[in-house]
Ligand binder design. Sequence first.
Ligand SMILES: Nc1nc2c(c(=O)[nH]1)N[C@H]1C(S)=C(S)[C@@H](COP(=O)(O)OP(=O)(O)OC[C@H]3O[C@@H](n4cnc5c(=O)[nH]c(N)nc54)[C@H](O)[C@@H]3O)O[C@H]1N2
Ligand SMILES: Nc1nc2c(c(=O)[nH]1)N[C@H]1C(S)=C(S)[C@@H](COP(=O)(O)OP(=O)(O)OC[C@H]3O[C@@H](n4cnc5c(=O)[nH]c(N)nc54)[C@H](O)[C@@H]3O)O[C@H]1N2
Ligand code: SF4
Ligand SMILES: [Mo]
Length: 577
Amino acid sequence: MKKTTACPLDCYDACEIVYDDGVLKGLKSGHTNGFLCPHLNHYEKHQIITKPRYNGIEISLEEAIVKLKEIIFLTQKSEILHYRGSGNFALMQEVTDHFFASFGATLIDGTLCDGAGEAGIIQGRGSNKNMSIQEIAKSEVVIFWGRNPHTTSTHLLPLIKDKTIIVIDPLKTKIAKIADLYIQIKPRGDKLLAMLLSRFLHIENGCDIEYLDEYASDYEEYYELTQSIRIKATLEQIDVTLGEVGAVLDLVRGKRVAIVCGVGIQKYSDGADIMRAIDAFAVMLGLFGKEGCGVAYLGESKAGITSPFFRDAKRVSKVDTEFSDYKTLFVQGANPLSQMPDTLRVRKSMSGLQNVIYFGLHENETSEIANLVIPAKSFLYKNDLRTSYSHNAMMLMPKVDERKSGISEYDLSAYLCREFNIEIEKEEFYIDHFKNFAIKKMDGVFYVESREEIPYQDGFDTKNGKFLFLEEFEIGMDTNEKFHLITPKSQTSLNSQFNRENCVYLHNSLGFSEGEVVTISSINGSVELRVKNSSDLRPDTIMIYSGTKGVNNLTTSKHSEDGKSAIFQENRVEIKR
Ligand SMILES: Nc1nc2c(c(=O)[nH]1)N[C@H]1C(S)=C(S)[C@@H](COP(=O)(O)OP(=O)(O)OC[C@H]3O[C@@H](n4cnc5c(=O)[nH]c(N)nc54)[C@H](O)[C@@H]3O)O[C@H]1N2
Ligand SMILES: Nc1nc2c(c(=O)[nH]1)N[C@H]1C(S)=C(S)[C@@H](COP(=O)(O)OP(=O)(O)OC[C@H]3O[C@@H](n4cnc5c(=O)[nH]c(N)nc54)[C@H](O)[C@@H]3O)O[C@H]1N2
Ligand code: SF4
Ligand SMILES: [Mo]
C-alpha cells in the first residue's frame, strides 16, 4: 500500500516521499516536484547495523537496552553525556533529550553547522527568518554565495533556469560554469567583497533610499565604515577585480534578487560578520520584505515550534566537548569522531571514557570505538514528522513498514523513563503537540502557522524595527603563505553517511601526480590522502570534502567569535610529498 512520508536527512530540500512496497519515490505534487536525490534513491541499499553488540559480541536488542540501563544506573548522573547529531532531522529525535535531561545528565549545545552565519543574521535582523524556495522561484537574479546547488539543493535548479545567475565561490562549481557572472573569490574574502559592493552601490546612487530611511536608517554610517576599506589593496587581497564588482551591480540593480547563501561563507571565526555584511548589501538594495527578493540561508527549521522535550540541563558545546569530564557517552545520530573538528583531540578526549554507547544506523569511526552499539530504526519504520529550512510545510512521517531490527528513539526513551521513574507521555501526544503548530491550507498541505511567506515586510525584529549594520570589523584576511583549506559537501555522501570521499583535490598547476599520496598538515594535525587534480580550484586553495576520513585532523576546535559554531576553514594547511 502507498504511504506518504518525508526524507529525514539534514538537507535544504526536505523531499516528500511515496513509499510503495519497499520502493521510495518523490511525491509528484510535493514541494520538491517528485524527484529524490541519489541518497534516497539508494537509501535501502546502504548497509545498516542490524545486530546490537557489547564489547564486540553480538547480543539481542533486549539485552542491549538492559545493558544500557545498567550502565546508566552505575554511572553518576553528572558523568553522563548525551551527544545528539543531525543524522536524522525529524522532530521526534529529540525525545531522548527528555529522558537524559530529566535524569540529570549533561546535554550538548553549540553547532557544527550554520551557527556563525545565523548569529550574524540575528545581530542584523533581530531574528532568523528564511527566504523560502517558493520566493526564490519568483526572483529575476539569483546570487549563489557559498552555496553549491547541484550538490546540496538540487530542487532549486529547475526553478532558476531562466534567471540571471551570479556565483561567488572559490570553487568553480557546476553552477559557476553556467553562471552569467562567476567570481572565484579567495576563501574568506566575502565580508570585504560585500562591504565593497555596498560602498559602490551607494557611490552609484543605486541604494533604495526610501526603503533605507524607513528600515535601516543608519546606512550612511555603514557607508562611512565601508569607506575605511582600501579599495585596490583589498581587491588584490580577495582576488576580485573592480570590473567584477561593477558587473555584479549592473546585474542586480532594479531587479528582484535572491541572495542564496550557504554554510561555505561562514566556516571562519568571523563568520557572523561575513553573513551580516552580505545581509547589509541586501538591505542596501532594499531586498527584504518584497516578493521574490531576500537572502536565503539555512534558516531555523524549527522556527515557530516549541519542543515538548526541552528541559533545563547542563549543556556543553559540541564543538570542543571535553569528553574526559565524563565516564559514559551516549551518541545518537552523529559521528563525532569524524565530523567534530580536531579529531586528534576528540579521540584523545574520548579515550578515557568507560562507556561509549553508539545509537545510530551505520558503522563509522564512532561505532568502531563504542562498547555498546544499539541499532536505530530508520525513518521508514517509526513515527515522526518534520519541518524544513527551505519551505514552511510540516510533513508527517508515519511508519510506512515494519522492521524487527533496531529501536526507535521514542521506544528507547519510553523504556528508560519507565525504568528510572521519569514521566513520559504517549508517542501520539508528542506528535499531536507538533502538529498543533501547523494548519492545513487550501492546497491540502500542513504549514507551520506562524511562519510568514515573505518575512520582514514590516521591518526587522530588532528593538527599533531597523536593520543593525556592522559598526566595526576586522579585515579577517592575512598574508599567510600556506594553503587555504575548503571542506564543502560531497555529492555522494551526506556528511559521513553513505559513500564517503577519500581524496584531496589540488590545482593542476601544483604539479602533483594523480593518485599520488600526500600528507596535508595544519597546526592541529595531518592526514594522508590520494591526490585528485582539478582545474576548478584556485591554486592557493585545496579541497577535502566533508565526510572524508581524517579531514578533521586538520581543523580547529575553536569557536566562531559569535554563534558557538565550529569553524572548519580557519586553519591554513601545507602539502608534503
Ligand atoms: N549531497 C549532500 N548534500 C548535503 C550535505 C552533504 O553532506 N552532501 N550536507 C547537508 C548539510 S549538513 C548542510 S549544512 C548543507 C550545506 O550545504 P552548502 O551550504 O551548499 O554547503 P557547503 O557545500 O559546505 O559549501 C557551499 C559552497 O561554499 C563554497 N565555499 C567554501 N568556502 C567559501 C568561502 O570562503 N567563500 C565563498 N563565497 N564560498 C565558499 C564551497 O566551495 C561550496 O561550493 O548541505 C546539506 N546537503
Ligand atoms: N570538515 C568539515 N566537517 C564538518 C562539516 C564540514 O563542512 N566540514 N560539516 C559539519 C556539518 S554542517 C554538520 S551538520 C555535521 C554533521 O555531523 P553529524 O551530525 O555527526 O552527522 P553525520 O556524519 O551525517 O552522522 C549521522 C549519523 O546519524 C545516524 N543516523 C541516521 N539516521 C538516524 C536515525 O534515524 N536515528 C539515529 N539514532 N541515528 C541515525 C547515521 O547512522 C550516522 O552515523 O558535520 C560537520 N562537520
Ligand atoms: S537528501 Fe535532500 S534532496 Fe535527497 S531526498 Fe533527502 S531531502 Fe531530497
Ligand atoms: Mo549541516
